[in-house]
Design a protein around this ligand. Structure first.
Ligand SMILES: Nc1ncnc2c1ncn2[C@@H]1O[C@H](COP(=O)(O)OP(=O)(O)OP(=O)(O)O)[C@@H](O)[C@H]1O
Ligand SMILES: [Mg+2]
Length: 224
């Protein structure tokens, strides 16, 4: 049983009279320790698929099991809990809280789980050091470079020890060098055993993953 098991997923958007079929019978297995890139052009359904994988939106049909949890039958409240526990999100535009400093941003997922601040800080220190953020802990996001902000977002995604890291265009807002740094970091995190799903429209970025799944017009195909 994979960490991610998607079976015959369909998703539609209703646009007035018309129904847009955006995910077409998508099936996908991601094993523990995998590093998968989902590659596709604009409008192909990447974000829609990410929302389904990330438990932010239900599919209209099909089955989804994430790390043993049956997602397609889960209620909204259960979904939120599963999302907080199982998924570390990394977005193109970092999505850090601007009024919080680096440390406050990183410990937030642990506080949301009810951990005390002191314990949350201790729990995060190793990751903060690993990502080279120790000297920046008191900085606000606006006082950091884009690459540093993305490292904070990655640290925040990692602290809760999620079942998967789910990244949507993680290098999309970065210059070439910072983008390369993030991809090197993903490589290292995957070598350490983290399961990564990375969504991108950029073939060069996708080739850094172990496997590539292509999505075109809502249809997903796996490269051999
Ligand atoms: N909320 C919505 N309501 C109606 N149609 C939508 C909605 N969200 C997306 N779509 C349509 O679904 C299709 C897939 O959109 P999606 O955002 O998943 O594409 P994408 O691959 O992420 O594109 P991009 O690379 O530009 O972010 C598009 O044709 C889009 O117009
Ligand atoms: Mg998108």
């Amino acid at each position: 049983m994979g960490i991610i098991e998607l079976e015959h997923i369909n998703k539609y958007y209703q646009m007035g009279e018309n129904q847009l079929h955006v995910l077409k019978d998508v099936s996908l297995t991601v094993e523990q320790g995998d590093y998968l890139a989902i590659l596709g052009p604009s409008g192909s359904g990447k974000s829609t698929l990410m929302n389904v994988i990330g438990c932010m939106d239900h599919a209209d049909s099909g089955e989804y099991v994430l790390d043993g949890e049956i997602i397609h039958k889960a209620k909204e409240s259960e979904l939120t809990k599963i999302r907080n526990e199982k998924i570390g999100f990394i977005f193109q535009k970092y999505h850090l809280i601007p009024t919080y400093n680096v440390l406050q941003n990183i410990v937030m997922p642990l506080l949301m789980r009810g951990m005390k601040l002191k314990d949350a800080k201790n729990e995060s220190l190793e990751i903060i050091e690993m990502l080279g953020l120790k000297k920046r802990m008191k900085h606000r996001p606006s006082e950091l470079s884009g690459g540093q902000q993305q490292r904070v977002a990655i640290a925040r995604a990692l602290v809760g020890q999620p079942a998967i890291l789910l990244a949507d265009e993680p290098t999309g807002a970065l210059d070439k060098n910072s983008g390369t740094e993030v991809l090197k970091l993903f490589q290292r995190l995957n070598d350490m055993g983290n399961t990564i799903v990375m969504i991108t429209h950029d073939l060069e970025v996708a080739t850094h993953a172990k496997r590539i799944a292509k999505i075109v017009d809502g249809e997903l195909t796996l490269d051999a």
